[in-house]
Write a protein that binds this ligand. Sequence first.
Ligand SMILES: C[C@H](O)[C@H](O)[C@H]1CNC2=NC(N)=NC(=O)C2=N1
Length: 95
Amino acid sequence: MAELLTDDQIDLAIRDHLPQWKVVDKELVREVKAPAFLDGIRLVATVAQLAESMNHHPDIDIRYTTITFRVTTHDAGGITDDDLVLARHIDTAAG
Ligand SMILES: C[C@H](O)[C@H](O)[C@H]1CNC2=NC(N)=NC(=O)C2=N1
Protein backbone atom coordinates (compact mmCIF):
# COMPACT_ATOMS: atom_id res chain seq x y z
CA MET A 1 0.00 0.00 0.00
CA ALA A 2 1.24 3.53 -0.83
CA GLU A 3 2.66 5.55 2.06
CA LEU A 4 0.90 8.63 3.43
CA LEU A 5 2.45 11.89 2.18
CA THR A 6 3.38 14.69 4.55
CA ASP A 7 1.56 18.03 4.37
CA ASP A 8 4.71 19.62 2.90
CA GLN A 9 4.96 16.92 0.21
CA ILE A 10 1.32 17.44 -0.70
CA ASP A 11 1.63 21.24 -0.77
CA LEU A 12 4.68 21.00 -3.06
CA ALA A 13 2.91 18.56 -5.38
CA ILE A 14 -0.09 20.90 -5.67
CA ARG A 15 2.16 23.93 -6.21
CA ASP A 16 4.22 22.24 -8.90
CA HIS A 17 1.83 19.84 -10.64
CA LEU A 18 -1.79 20.17 -9.43
CA PRO A 19 -2.56 23.91 -9.15
CA GLN A 20 -6.30 23.38 -9.76
CA TRP A 21 -6.60 21.12 -6.69
CA LYS A 22 -6.95 21.87 -2.99
CA VAL A 23 -6.75 19.79 0.18
CA VAL A 24 -9.91 19.45 2.26
CA ASP A 25 -10.04 17.00 5.16
CA LYS A 26 -7.25 14.71 3.88
CA GLU A 27 -8.68 14.67 0.35
CA LEU A 28 -7.56 16.27 -2.90
CA VAL A 29 -10.53 18.17 -4.30
CA ARG A 30 -11.13 19.68 -7.74
CA GLU A 31 -14.23 21.08 -9.40
CA VAL A 32 -14.63 20.82 -13.17
CA LYS A 33 -17.22 22.94 -15.01
CA ALA A 34 -18.32 20.99 -18.10
CA PRO A 35 -19.74 22.84 -21.14
CA ALA A 36 -22.90 20.73 -20.96
CA PHE A 37 -24.34 17.97 -18.78
CA LEU A 38 -23.40 15.12 -21.14
CA ASP A 39 -19.84 16.45 -21.46
CA GLY A 40 -19.57 16.07 -17.71
CA ILE A 41 -20.96 12.56 -17.86
CA ARG A 42 -18.47 11.64 -20.59
CA LEU A 43 -15.67 13.01 -18.40
CA VAL A 44 -16.92 10.90 -15.49
CA ALA A 45 -16.98 7.83 -17.73
CA THR A 46 -13.40 8.48 -18.89
CA VAL A 47 -12.20 8.95 -15.31
CA ALA A 48 -14.05 5.81 -14.26
CA GLN A 49 -12.12 3.79 -16.83
CA LEU A 50 -8.84 5.31 -15.64
CA ALA A 51 -9.73 4.61 -12.02
CA GLU A 52 -10.62 1.02 -12.76
CA SER A 53 -7.35 0.51 -14.63
CA MET A 54 -5.43 1.89 -11.63
CA ASN A 55 -7.69 0.21 -9.07
CA HIS A 56 -7.78 3.63 -7.42
CA HIS A 57 -11.13 5.40 -7.43
CA PRO A 58 -12.23 8.98 -6.84
CA ASP A 59 -15.38 10.07 -5.12
CA ILE A 60 -17.42 11.93 -7.72
CA ASP A 61 -20.20 14.45 -7.18
CA ILE A 62 -22.26 15.35 -10.26
CA ARG A 63 -24.43 18.50 -10.11
CA TYR A 64 -25.65 19.38 -13.63
CA THR A 65 -22.44 20.69 -15.29
CA THR A 66 -20.31 20.86 -12.12
CA ILE A 67 -18.32 17.71 -11.46
CA THR A 68 -16.42 17.54 -8.17
CA PHE A 69 -13.66 14.97 -7.77
CA ARG A 70 -12.40 13.99 -4.35
CA VAL A 71 -9.31 11.79 -4.23
CA THR A 72 -7.81 10.10 -1.20
CA THR A 73 -6.47 6.66 -0.33
CA HIS A 74 -9.17 5.17 1.85
CA ASP A 75 -7.01 2.18 2.81
CA ALA A 76 -4.29 4.54 4.14
CA GLY A 77 -6.60 7.16 5.64
CA GLY A 78 -5.13 10.03 3.72
CA ILE A 79 -3.31 11.27 0.62
CA THR A 80 -0.67 9.08 -1.05
CA ASP A 81 1.22 9.06 -4.36
CA ASP A 82 -1.65 7.07 -5.88
CA ASP A 83 -3.88 10.09 -5.33
CA LEU A 84 -1.39 12.43 -7.00
CA VAL A 85 -1.25 10.13 -10.03
CA LEU A 86 -5.03 9.85 -10.26
CA ALA A 87 -5.42 13.63 -9.90
CA ARG A 88 -3.00 14.17 -12.78
CA HIS A 89 -4.98 11.72 -14.91
CA ILE A 90 -8.19 13.59 -14.06
CA ASP A 91 -6.57 16.88 -15.12
CA THR A 92 -5.54 15.31 -18.42
CA ALA A 93 -9.04 13.94 -19.02
CA ALA A 94 -10.61 17.29 -18.11
CA GLY A 95 -8.39 19.10 -20.59
C1 LIG B 1 -9.93 -4.02 -2.73
C2 LIG B 1 -9.54 -2.81 -3.57
O1 LIG B 1 -8.29 -3.05 -4.19
C3 LIG B 1 -9.36 -1.59 -2.67
O2 LIG B 1 -10.58 -1.38 -1.96
C4 LIG B 1 -9.01 -0.31 -3.47
C5 LIG B 1 -10.08 0.10 -4.44
N1 LIG B 1 -9.97 1.51 -4.82
C6 LIG B 1 -9.48 2.42 -3.97
N2 LIG B 1 -9.60 3.74 -4.21
C7 LIG B 1 -9.17 4.66 -3.34
N3 LIG B 1 -9.30 5.97 -3.61
N4 LIG B 1 -8.63 4.29 -2.18
C8 LIG B 1 -8.45 3.02 -1.82
O3 LIG B 1 -7.94 2.73 -0.71
C9 LIG B 1 -8.87 2.00 -2.74
N5 LIG B 1 -8.73 0.71 -2.49
